[in-house]
Write a protein that binds this ligand. Sequence first.
Ligand SMILES: [Zn+2]
Length: 308
Amino acid sequence: MTKVIAVVCVVACAGAQQQPGTKWTDQQIREAVSAVRVGRKLTPKSWPNNSRVAVCLSFDDDTEATLLRDGTTSPTTLSASDFGAESGTGRILAMLDRYQVPATFFVTGVDALLHPEMLTAILKSGRHEVGAHGWIHEFPPRLAEGEEERLLDKAIDYLTKATGKRPAGYRAPSWAFSPDTMDLIRKKGFLYDSSLQALDEPYEIVARGENTGIVELAIDWTLTETPYLGQNGRMPSPALLFELYKEEFDGAYKEGTLFVLTLHPYMSGHRAPMQHLDALVAYMKSKPGVWFATGEQITKYLKAAAAK
Ligand SMILES: [Zn+2]
């Protein structure tokens, strides 16, 4: 009996230790969320050419960087990610060319280093933007002090040299902010971030109560394919997923706001999802008043509109 009570106590005490928030004061709770909050909503009164909605097609063009970060050198495993550079990106670029629409590609420094031809292909049409996605797809919350900045600097330097333009947009690797990320985004002079999920319309980020001027082009786990089509994916067919995207677009169109889609060429560049992506872009193109733009173009428009 005593033993049973002891076991229960251990479990309960361990549980309590894992719930530090239960002991926080009101002030501590407010401080815990204050690092990054939603500020002004930035949906403009009108989009360019009186369009009804803005569409940002974004691609996290991850290839081997994430695996190399963890020390994986298995050629078999690496090859599945290499697909993004060797096949997926080319297919997506060809589709974007067919519809003559721009997109934003978030690329890590290491993936750019390994695949200069991929970067050249992205830049070829002059329509697409390249944004920063970390150096080696590092996971910012788990880095030692100072490492996030060192790796981000490496990424910015490499992408700036490789593309001839300093990246204007940031998307955190794994969409994961550390407590330092927001300060770094401001310090490095990014115009916008696209890693957070608090609204499905654009907004200004407030950091510790201060307006930052950084525009958030929010993303969402339902508007990306990784949880559904990835190795542990739960979606039986990409058709269902792209039906969800279509309905999300319809909602953004009705509301007159912004539709941001985030896909990964190593995954969505396969034949089946490509058919559905092609059909989705065709559908959006068929509607009147849809402004396809890069994250940078949208951000600059929003900043100008907010300043009026
Ligand atoms: Zn990524």
